[in-house]
Design a protein around this ligand. Structure first.
Ligand code: PMP
Length: 288
């Protein structure tokens, strides 16, 4: 596997960064996870835009233009001969000293890993997930805004550990005030009648690109899409619940905290949205 590292393609074994890199020492950096489907990179420009927004907020100057990064992502897939790939694009603060001061980091580190996608087992999509809410609350936006897709994912990892320790695969994280936010790496939606509802970004969720796509697909299917504060009660009493994310796509949820959701099977709207989503991935994207 060849890795794009600071402007050059190097073999995986040579793709090394310094132990003084602040991405490693402090999680000081930003990233994106992107997918390609049959030679088309899905929502590439949206991912690049979000990367630049995350970097802007943390005052990290990405040493490439957007078109240069677009080309670098395409090249990464081409040199690794990947038609269906998962791309990890990372920009860190770079090598500094042991203090926090970002001014000591002279040059950001940029790398792109283009790998095969590790698909979730098909049973997960056929049967649906059984998940729980956990005690670890989602970061409050006033402290660390989840809109910043930073290398600091401990908040999410702590929640994931809680779910795993309890024997579950995924966790729902609540806000400081007890509202539903999102899962550890996916946004959450419920369907009730013709309404498709997901929590608003201000409560502390990443504005997922899959989330946005699903909202658009739902609207074009004449469903009423709303961003609304949700409680666990709302989830328990929904007809359908599903999660969205670049890697997971659309995953049905059939049980939450022991409560069966709807019929306890992936719902009809969820299945139709999955089909529409797959169709979109086949027909839209940036060719390479
Ligand atoms: N929330 C979090 C915390 C995430 O890390 C991700 C995955 N990047 C998502 C939601 C889903 O976002 P997207 O659809 O853009 O992959």
């Amino acid at each position: 596997m060849k890795i794009f590292l600071n402007g050059k393609f190097v073999e995986q074994a040579q793709a090394k960064v310094s132990v003084f890199d602040h991405g490693l020492l402090y999680g000081d950096g930003v990233f994106e996870g992107i997918r390609s489907y049959n030679g088309l990179i899905f929502k590439l420009h949206q991912h690049i835009d979000r990367l630049f927004e995350s970097a802007h907020t943390i005052m990290l100057k990405i040493p490439y233009t957007k078109p240069q990064l677009v080309e670098a992502v395409k090249d990464s897939l081409r040199v690794n001969k990947l038609r269906d790939g998962y791309i990890r694009l990372v920009v860190t603060r770079g090598e500094g000293d042991l203090g926090l001061d970002p001014r000591k980091c002279r040059q950001p580190t940029t790398f792109i890993i283009a790998d095969r996608i590790q698909l979730y087992p098909p049973q997960l999509y056929e049967r649906g997930l059984d998940i729980i809410t956990v005690a670890t609350q989602r970061n409050v936006p006033e402290a660390l805004n989840p809109q910043i897709k930073s290398l600091n994912y401990l908040n999410n990892i702590l929640a994931k550990i809680e779910a795993i320790t309890a024997g579950y695969e995924e966790a729902i994280m609540l806000s400081h005030s007890g509202y539903v936010t999102e899962c550890t790496g996916e946004n959450i939606f419920l369907v009730k009648g013709k309404q498709v509802i997901t929590p608003p970004p201000f409560i502390g969720v990443l504005r997922g690109i899959t989330r946005q796509t699903v909202m658009e697909l739902s609207r074009s299917r004449k469903l009423e899409v709303r961003e609304e504060l949700l409680t666990r009660h709302d989830l328990f009493n929904a007809d359908e619940v599903f999660l969205t994310g670049t890697a997971a796509e659309i995953v049905p949820v059939v049980k939450i905290d022991g409560r069966t959701i709807g019929e306890g099977r992936p719902g009809s709207h969820t299945k139709k949205l999955q089909a529409a989503f797959h169709q979109l991935t086949k027909t839209s994207g940036v060719r390479y």
